[in-house]
Design a protein around this ligand. Structure first.
Ligand code: PRX
Length: 665
């Protein structure tokens, strides 16, 4: 809980309130605040009974569970653990023999605008065939498989195919470097890697397979015996005989029937790496039953999904949002969804609006960073303004990944939602598996910039550092006091770190520590997230650990002696990365400083990935340190924001350094 904010300004008062429209409330899954409150109360009074009922109704079990929540080994909670099911059967097979089997499951739009549609029946046959490929490649139940693929139907099929045979997938975002990929392959102990020759983004062909090759060549990945390559573009890539196989060739010799492997509800469905406060990313492990239940329930609660909805979550499958609200939730709920390969600004910044129009999207779910950058684009070029597209199909908008500032919220509401569509500002994390604090479109009065209230079963609270509840209006630490089905089960291979990170002794050992600061409004008790309380940054909705970037910088041993990384607010990306660096040689100035800054930025790009490149690099003869040698990050944050230091600097060993570091390049 380092650096936790005890005194968060609660001066920002937002007075605008948007009540749900009568017609939205009328047909909604949760209609009106009284209905929400009743559900919340029901869960509060009988948590197990609440989830027993919903797990029975919403999932298909091959062996029914008798136990709901097992707390005997807290905080290693188990849910429905004597029940058996299969995630892929719950997303696909369950719809067979119902009208959904011929419904469009995925409307895929490629980077260059080609549209492909698959029905549920077709998707099942593709998943089953791919699952057979995995089996033939020797992948067994319980094995781990790395997926390093583009945002395509094949990516979703790969995830579902792993789930079908009981293999645990670990998707690595296609923007991560060879080094980051290698670390994940090793940590998770993967036996196979599913990839593509290239990916298409913004009109550019970007390599994937050659990065896998690089990762493999770094060593330590010997457990990987098979690499399956989806040929996304005609361009050739190097193939290693015996190890590498083209996906299409393998699929051609398999049947499209593959009975799903039933697993117990606690069986790890996936491990997804995310950043924490140390240099090493954490493998967040999710269980099959609880996770899937949450994915399905939140499609109904938060998105109020109806049979004729066209759902679009713009997140990549490399992130948790793309897991829960692309690969699993929409399919479990039998929705038609849009899957988009490209970027919001190609061929122009009207792409999202044009696609909503083209595919008659009804529920649109994206990140504040995207909204902010599209606002900028629309303001300078009327041709890409949402008003150029017919957005009348929309009925619900969503936001995820970072706080949405009220100005962006209002623009989204007005120009995209035509002042008709509620905005669900969904707060959640890789660790929570799905939404935990969010408005419900037919129930919750909306306040811009607030994620409002917890879902039923989420006992969210704001406490001080000793775990005492804070009164509304006072900022504190966001916690969840009782377990919920889709919560993180452990950190892969590191149960001690799991306990320490999420269930610290200071808070009693059973309260989930989210890692965010928050404040509840005095009038409604609405939650507003004020940002991370640990050393984690949120850049364009992507979670980055400052230590991770620091480790990367100091790994450039020929140049760097010391580095400290902090965030500063940024209008578009939310936060921007600023690195303070002490070189082994003399402190560079002028063009030389610019040159070395570029070398270091590129280095971080190859160590972690382009998303981790510092926006700014500042060089100093030293870093501000206490007499005991501790770097004063607090001061660096102030400097990075371009503000004058008002904090006490009397404990500093070297106060003169502040002036030097205050100057940006
Ligand atoms: O700081 C919070 C922020 O994103 C963090 C979780 O990041 P990640 O695990 O990558 O998952 C992102 C997608 C769910 C949180 O700790 N965050 C996420 N949603 C919101 C948010 N901050 C404010 N408002 C949100 N709606």
């Amino acid at each position: 809980m380092s650096g936790s904010q005890s005194s968060i300004e609660s001066t920002l008062v937002e007075n605008r309130v948007f009540e749900p429209a009568a017609e939205m409330a009328a047909g909604a899954a949760v209609s009106g605040m009284a209905a929400y409150e009743a559900l919340y109360k029901e869960a509060e009074t009988d948590l197990e009974g609440f989830w027993r009922k919903r797990a029975k109704e919403n999932l298909v079990w091959s062996k029914p569970f008798t136990r709901v929540l097992d707390e005997s080994n807290a905080p290693f909670y188990k849910w429905f653990d004597d029940g058996e099911l299969n995630a892929s059967a719950n997303c696909l097979d369950r719809h067979m023999g119902t009208p959904t089997e011929n419904k469009t499951a995925i409307i895929f739009e490629s980077d260059d605008g080609q549209v492909t549609k698959v029905t549920y029946k077709e998707l099942l046959s593709r998943v089953a065939r791919f699952a057979n490929v995995l089996k033939t490649q020797g992948v067994k139940r319980g094995d781990r498989v790395i997926i390093y693929m583009p945002m395509t139907i094949e990516g979703v099929v790969a995830m579902q195919a792993c789930a079908r045979i009981g293999a645990t997938h670990s998707v690595v975002f296609g923007g991560f470097s060879a080094k980051a990929l290698q670390e994940r392959i090793i940590d998770v102990g993967a036996v196979a890697v599913l990839t593509a020759n290239y990916q298409m983004r913004g009109g550019k062909e970007l390599p994937l397979k050659s990065i896998v090759d690089e990762a493999m060549a770094m060593g330590g990945c010997e457990a990987v015996t098979s690499i399956v390559v989806y040929q996304r573009t005609p361009t050739d890539v190097n193939m290693v005989a015996g190890r590498d196989h083209f996906m299409d060739a393998l699929l051609a010799s398999e049947s499209d029937v593959c009975p799903p492997e039933m697993v117990d509800a606690e069986h790890p469905l996936f491990v997804l790496y995310t950043s924490g406060s140390t240099g090493k990313p954490k493998g967040v492990q999710h269980a099959t039953g609880g996770y899937l239940l949450w994915a399905r329930m939140t499609m109904n609660w938060t998105f109020d999904l109806k049979d004729n909805d066209v759902f679009w979550c713009t997140a990549d499958i490399g992130w948790i949002t793309g897991h829960t609200y692309v690969a699993y939730g929409p399919l479990a709920a039998g929705a038609t969804q849009i899957v988009f390969e490209g970027v919001p600004t190609f061929p122009n910044a009207g792409r999202f609006w044009q696609m909503i129009d083209r595919h008659k999207c009804t529920i649109f779910y994206t990140a504040p960073t995207a909204i902010r950058s599209l606002i900028k684009a629309a303001e300078s070029d009327a041709a890409v303004h949402p008003k150029q597209s017919d957005l009348s199909s929309l009925r619900i908008l969503g936001s995820v990944g970072e706080p949405i500032n009220p100005e962006a919220w209002m623009w989204y509401h007005r120009h995209v939602g035509g002042e008709r569509c509620p905005i669900v500002d969904t707060f959640w994390q890789t660790e929570t598996g799905g939404h935990v604090i969010t408005p419900l479109p037919g129930a919750t009065p909306l306040v811009p910039g607030s994620c409002t209230l917890p879902l039923p079963g989420i006992m969210a609270s704001i406490v001080d550092e000793s775990g005492q509840d804070m009164p509304n209006g006072d900022g504190g630490i966001l916690v969840i006091k009782r377990p919920w089905p889709s919560m993180i089960r452990t950190i892969w291979g590191d149960p001690e770190r799991f306990k320490k990170s999420y269930f610290p002794d200071e808070l009693g050992g059973t309260m989930y520590l989210a890692g965010d600061g928050a404040v509840r409004s005095k009038d409604r008790g609405y939650f507003r997230i004020t940002g991370r309380i640990d050393d984690v940054l949120n850049v364009s909705g992507h979670r980055m650990g400052t230590m991770e970037i620091e480790s990367a910088l100091v790994a450039k041993t020929d140049l760097v002696a010391e580095a400290a990384v902090v965030g500063r607010p940024d209008d578009v990306t939310g936060e921007a990365i600023v690195a303070f660096v002490v070189l082994k040689g003399a402190r560079p100035e002028g063009d030389e400083a610019k040159r070395i800054a570029k070398v270091l930025r590129d280095w971080v790009g190859t160590e972690i990935g382009p998303i981790a490149k510092p926006k700014e690099v500042r060089f100093g003869d030293n870093l501000p340190k206490t007499r005991s040698g501790k770097i004063m990050r607090r001061l660096l944050r102030t400097l990075a924001q371009g503000e004058t230091i008002t904090q006490d600097t009397s404990t500093l060993e070297n106060p003169a350094i502040l002036e030097q570091l205050a100057k940006a390049l």
